[in-house]
Design a binder for this molecule. Structure first.
Ligand code: BES
Ligand code: ZN
Ligand code: ZN
Length: 488
């Protein structure tokens, strides 16, 4: 779908579907609606009076125009009371409408200017919300359908602020790239093929790609990454991305990249295990963010660190009770091989510290406990720096990707004490699983300001609605991109 910006004349616009947002119909019969109603010989007023056309949030109503105006159909989308309308509402409405348009077979969709109707919102941000919402809502993963549906909207025309619209397209497409990665099955996306995708994606862009293979990882002392990857025929890698839009020390984005998490020797139950192909969702958020950075060109120096491994059981896999040594020399007793994310992240965090990162943000599908706390409504946010945490809570309010803080009490470190090593990787039967996992990670950031996003609850979208499309979510790209922009 191509998104273009143009002036849209209500009566003259030639398209399959002309989209008209409606709000506060009880108090204001907006000028656009009035003008259209006149051309439509009172049909719109009739539809409102007969309560077929409503301003109820996300309600939709389609009307054939019978040649009264140039557009073939009029499509109304309700947004509630004008003063209550948020950018999130506009984004979700755009997501819903674009799918309705596709289902109606509309190839050309035009969305009238609505900056006057929502004068309390910034017009550039309205443009971003419209294009971002439509690009996200239009997403489909059809790679493995032998007869994929050909239905698609070809052109979406928006009468909105141009820079805002272009930004929304970048954010939407970067999230869709992340969704594509996470939706790929584990037999296609494994550490080596992931590395190849990164090299291909960022070839000729402003993002540099460095690949640390297993041999080099061993030399660097990355015992966590090597230990987790050991059980699979597909060797682990550490992928390092660099975007240098400014001088100075980098900010590091670290993403868990377990391309399949069987649990290893501490094997998971089979119910739902197939979803563990997306245990690289954190890494996909980092990849998507770098794609967005390359297109938005913020003035920031950003380092991406992506540990890639497949967690499998085999005769050469690591075992419960094994002791490994992370890159910073700390020893870890592997109590549970299913707590693998923190092992590979430990080395990735150490690597970011070794590159003098001035702040580190990691994102990971780390704990089932986060889903126990949050359902599928929010990712968990933890960290050692209040300013960084506050920054993220502000950013997620803009992106609509929800985050909620959980505690990182010092006393959680007690839970992680091992009898024979510095730390153990899992705590049994004590609760606080998301906090203890984060406390474990904190042992590898060496006082660098650090925030941790446990996105396990948001890895997968169960139901298509608004900007969300059933399947792997692409969560995190937009919040991370907003964060980097905020520090540039
Ligand atoms: N990848 C899982 C966490 C997960 C679960 C992500 C569900 C998305 C959806 C992680 O590696 C894991 O298995 N964690 C264990 C840790 C435990 C063994 C301490 C968990 O949460 O059960
Ligand atoms: Zn696991
Ligand atoms: Zn995992």
């Amino acid at each position: 779908m191509k998104v273009i910006v143009k002036d849209i004349n209500l009566l003259e616009e030639k398209c399959d579907l002309l989209v008209v947002p409606v709000a506060s119909l009880d108090t204001s019969f907006g000028t656009a609606v009035q003008q259209l109603d006149k051309a439509m010989k009172g049909h719109i007023k009739l539809a409102i009076e007969s309560k077929e056309l409503k301003d109820k949030k996300f309600s939709e109503y389609t009307l054939h125009t019978l040649g009264n105006i140039k557009a073939k159909k009029l499509h109304f989308v309700g947004l509630g009371k004008i003063e209550d309308v948020t950018l999130n509402d506009i984004r979700d409405a755009a997501g819903n409408v674009i799918r309705t348009a596709r289902a109606l077979g509309a190839k050309t969709v035009s969305w009238i200017d609505c900056s006057g109707l929502f004068a309390h919102l910034d017009s550039a941000l309205i443009g971003t919300a419209l294009s971002e919402g439509a690009v996200l809502g239009h997403y489909q993963f059809l790679t493995y359908k032998s007869e994929p549906s050909k239905e698609a909207v070809d052109v979406l025309a928006l009468h909105a602020q141009k820079d805002g619209v272009e930004r929304g397209v970048v954010l939407g497409e970067a999230t869709n790239f992340s969704r594509d990665l996470s939706n790929q099955p584990g037999n296609v996306l494994f550490p080596k093929s992931y590395v190849d995708i990164a090299l291909k994606t960022f070839k000729g862009t402003s993002v540099d790609v460095e690949v640390i293979d297993q041999k080099k990882a061993e030399k660097l002392g990355m015992g966590g990454l090597v230990g987790v990857g050991k059980g699979s025929i597909n060797p682990p890698y550490m992928l390092v991305l660099t975007y240098k839009g400014a001088a100075g020390d980098p900010v590091a984005l670290v993403g868990k990249g377990v391309t399949f998490d069987s649990g290893g020797i501490s094997i998971k139950p089979s119910l739902g295990m197939s979803g563990m192909k997306a245990d690289m969702g954190g890494s996909a958020a980092v990849m998507g963010t770098f794609q967005a950075l390359d297109r938005l060109k913020p003035k920031a120096h950003v380092l991406g660190v992506i540990p890639l491994a497949e967690n499998m059981p085999s005769s050469v896999a690591q075992k419960p009770g094994d002791v490994i040594t992370a890159m910073n020399g700390k020893t870890i007793e592997v109590i549970n091989t299913d707590a693998e994310g923190r092992l590979i992240l430990a080395d990735a965090l150490c690597y970011a510290v070794s590159k003098k990162a001035k702040a580190i943000v990691d994102i990971a599908t780390l704990t089932g406990a986060a889903t126990v706390s949050m359902g599928n409504e929010s990712a968990a946010l933890l960290g050692n720096n209040d300013a960084l945490i506050k920054g993220f809570l502000n950013r997620c309010a803009i992106s609509g990707e929800q985050l909620w803080q959980l505690p990182l009490f010092d006393s959680f470190l007690e839970y992680l004490k091992s009898d024979i090593a510095d730390l153990m990787n899992a705590v049994e039967n004590k609760g606080g699983g998301t906090s203890t996992a984060a406390k474990f990670l904190e042992q590898f950031v060496n006082k660098t300001p650090w925030a941790h996003i446990d996105m396990a609850p948001m890895m997968q979208t169960k139901k298509t609605c608004g900007v969300l499309v059933k399947g792997m979510s692409g969560y995190g790209v937009r919040t991370l991109t907003h964060y980097i922009e905020s520090i540039s």
